[in-house]
Design a protein around this ligand. Structure first.
Ligand SMILES: Cc1cc2nc3c(=O)[nH]c(=O)nc-3n(C[C@H](O)[C@H](O)[C@H](O)COP(=O)(O)OP(=O)(O)OC[C@H]3O[C@@H](n4cnc5c(N)ncnc54)[C@H](O)[C@@H]3O)c2cc1C
Ligand SMILES: *[C@@H]1O[C@H](CO)[C@@H](O)[C@H](O)[C@H]1NC(C)=O
Ligand SMILES: *[C@@H]1O[C@H](CO)[C@@H](O)[C@H](O)[C@H]1NC(C)=O
Length: 634
């Protein structure tokens, strides 16, 4: 096994274009990271005629079904060819952190124990945080959900920086730019109504939002409900309008379609875009305080977050005559800046790194959403999942749902369960604890057993076909206290990531308690939906038992403890924030420029000062399109 891996790695290195002598690789722009932040920007720079190098640590997995079948969204995050598993701390106090049943211990390299009673000698790691290292970044493995940001997200950046190009009115044009290449569509509702037990749950949610049809009109009523688009651009009050909505997805014809396709199309169309995959950038190169290019290691799975890591790579470098743009995501961008001498001087000196720009804000201000859930178990399976073995998890050697998906490429309604991410509808709610008029809770559901992220979560989520989850995302969270710090000066090491949840983070004006209350409200509303499910017994669904939080968790105090112990997030952001000129913690100016140096910008989730919107991929790609315009015309 070891030998085979080594041979595969060696072959890739040989296949990589020559980089020796560094003068061989000369570009106008270098973009590091091909995800939501880097991908669209690199395409625009090349489309404008600029010789652009897009460097990506992972490889192109477009032939891998895990990245194209929407229903495999749970599997793909565990795919060792793509996964970067970070282990983060929700709480620094490990005794408290270990109350989470998802807490992970390492028993041998890349072997894990999850939850209580670890074997003797197991090393405590923390909570798994999935990331993708592959062409397209995390959009290649995410849950496909596309909800556009709130106007307040942009107007806030405009008011912090005084740069009115960030106003929501002006940002609208970048959504149009994104729609030039990003198709969006909800799950085909006819796929859904083929399963009346699933439909019955969906109607329970509609009832909570006051739009549940009468039981006799259940089916026609539901098709009407699923016509509601949460991204409605015509309603001026869209951001504050509660309701029950369809879930828009980054898909076309039932196949995941996104930035990766956009990048590959841009190359195919002949624009001067060079993609260098399997290449890990280790340092930004400077001449004095001017960024001139990057140093890297060529090789597959070099970073230790990869379960396949082990190689050391072949060094190389490339130069950028105009600019270097870092788009490595909320963890890797601050790590790379620090390794290159940009960050808090004391931390850099600790690791013997020469300080180029003393920026105390790098790796601070890390934010995320909070998520929670209610799961139930039925005695029988959901019919929509009949024959869905999720690539043979049951060992039968067949996957009828995959065959159906493959055999009907042109008829969405006939592609079946695999043409959806499993999440068809959602409650959009303004919780009782919101500070503004904007909605701050999105409560979704699907026929899965989802409890958050841990090694093997994908399989655990989909292997049983008799579970149903209601899970909630808290938007406009108030915690600003997360950090990303170096563990060592080794660029292949993962950083130390602390989120400092709830009372261990931002507590000003009861911030932590308000977020907690909203999450408890979300659990209560999920339970109301389950209650309303019973009003639609005419559809024939069986009864169920609540497995989590479980019947014993009822009082406000019990619910708060459940949330504190089990909450997770997956929209990490804000760790290299844009800020005002007089803000000592601002890392970027309003034009994405890294303060204190020249020819260097950051364009990805880490650039936001405050976590935007409800789902983060759409604000990031809008930001990426804005960055392209700023660089080309500003
Ligand atoms: C399981 C999961 C589900 C999600 N579902 C949704 C969803 O449904 N909707 C939604 O809106 N958001 C979702 N998200 C979040 C969203 O996909 C990410 O927040 C977003 O993709 C982040 O974009 P980014 O450009 O900042 O970083 P990324 O997309 O992570 O891209 C960074 C890229 O940089 C590369 N890179 C990093 N460091 C280096 C280096 N040193 N050298 C070379 N390359 C490097 C990485 O390999 C990666 O490809 C989900 C996330 C996860 C983990
Ligand atoms: C998809 O990911 C799963 C892990 O969740 C893995 O077992 C499987 O081999 C992957 N499939 C492909 C085609 O790579
Ligand atoms: C949630 O429900 C419990 C039990 O009914 C109740 O005591 C609590 O006040 C509710 N909390 C919120 C925030 O809605």
């Amino acid at each position: 096994m070891k030998v085979a891996l080594f041979v595969a790695w060696f072959a890739t290195v040989l296949a990589a274009p020559p980089s020796q002598g560094s003068t061989a690789l000369q570009y106008e722009y270098i973009v590091v990271g091909s995800g939501a932040g880097g991908g669209p920007l690199a395409c625009r720079l090349a489309q404008a005629g600029h010789k652009t190098l897009l460097i990506e640590a992972g490889d192109d997995e477009s032939k891998n079904l895990n990245t194209t079948v929407p229903a495999f969204q749970a599997l793909v995050a565990d795919d060792p060819n793509i996964a970067w598993h970070f282990f983060v701390n929700h709480y620094q106090d490990q005794t408290r952190a270990q109350r989470d049943p998802k807490y992970v211990y390492e028993t041998a390299p890349y072997q894990y124990h999850v939850g209580a009673n670890p074997p003797a000698g197991a090393k405590p790691l923390g909570i798994e945080y999935p990331r993708a290292n592959t062409l397209g970044g995390c959009v290649t493995h995410n849950a496909l959900i596309w909800v556009t940001p709130h106007a307040s997200d942009w107007n806030n950046i405009a008011s912090i920086t005084g740069d009115n190009t960030w106003s929501a009115d002006n940002m609208n044009q970048y959504l149009d730019k994104v729609y030039e290449w990003q198709p969006i569509g909800p799950t085909d509702p006819t796929i859904l109504v083929s399963d009346l037990m699933f439909t019955q749950h969906v109607l329970g949610g509609a009832a909570v939002m006051g739009v549940g049809p009468t039981p006799v009109n259940a089916l026609t009523g539901m098709l009407q409900i699923l016509a509601e688009d949460p991204n409605n651009r015509i309603n001026p009050n869209r951001d504050s309008t509660e309701g029950y909505f369809q879930v828009p997805l980054t898909q076309q014809g039932g196949q995941r379609t996104n930035i990766r396709d956009h990048i590959l199309n841009t190359v195919a169309e002949g624009y001067p875009l060079t993609i260098r995959t399997n290449c890990h950038v280790t340092k930004i190169d400077f001449n004095g305080k001017t960024a001139t290019g990057v140093s890297f290691l060529d090789g597959k799975h070099l970073y230790r977050a990869s379960p396949k890591s082990g190689g050391t790579g072949t060094p190389g470098s490339a130069t950028a005559s105009k600019e270097v743009i870092i788009s490595g995501g909320a963890y890797n961008t601050p790590q790379l800046l620090k390794l290159s001498g940009i960050g808090p001087a004391a931390e850099l000196k600790n690791f013997g790194i020469k300080v180029i720009s003393d920026l105390p804000g790098v790796g601070t201000n890390l934010q995320d959403r909070y998520e929670t859930f209610v799961n139930v178990e039925h005695p029988n399976n959901f019919p929509i999942l009949n024959g869905c073995t999720f690539q043979n998890f049951d060992g039968t050697g067949s996957d009828a749902c995959l065959t159906q998906w493959q055999n009907n490429p042109n008829i969405l309604a006939q592609r079946g369960a695999y043409a959806t991410n499993g999440v068809a509808s959602m409650m959009g709610v303004r919780s009782k604890y919101a500070d503004t008029r904007d909605l701050d809770l999105f409560i979704f559901s699907g026929p899965v057993d989802f409890t958050g992220y841990f090694p093997g979560w994908g399989k655990a989520t989909v292997q049983n076909h008799n579970f149903f989850s209601w899970y909630s995302l808290k938007a406009h969270t108030r915690n600003r206290a997360g950090t990303v710090q170096l563990k060592s000066a080794d660029p292949l090491d993962t950083p130390v990531i602390n989120f400092n949840y709830f009372d261990t983070g931002t507590t000003t004006n009861g911030a932590d308690q308000k977020d907690l209350n909203s999450l408890v409200q979300a659990i209560n509303m999920s339970r109301q939906a389950l209650k309303a499910y019973n009003d639609y017994f005419i559809l024939g669904g069986t009864s169920f038992v609540e497995t989590k939080p479980g019947p014993s968790v009822q009082s406000q105090a019990e619910l708060e403890q459940f949330v504190k112990d089990t909450t997770w997030g997956h929209h990490a952001s804000c760790s290299c924030p844009i800020g005002a000129d007089n803000d000592p913690n601002a890392v970027l100016d309003s034009k994405f420029r890294v303060r204190g140096v020249k020819n260097l910008r950051v364009v990805d989730a880490s650039a936001f000062p405050v976590i935007p919107g409800v789902f983060i991929q759409s604000p990031i790609v809008m930001l990426s399109e804005k960055a392209a315009n700023t660089i080309l015309n500003g």
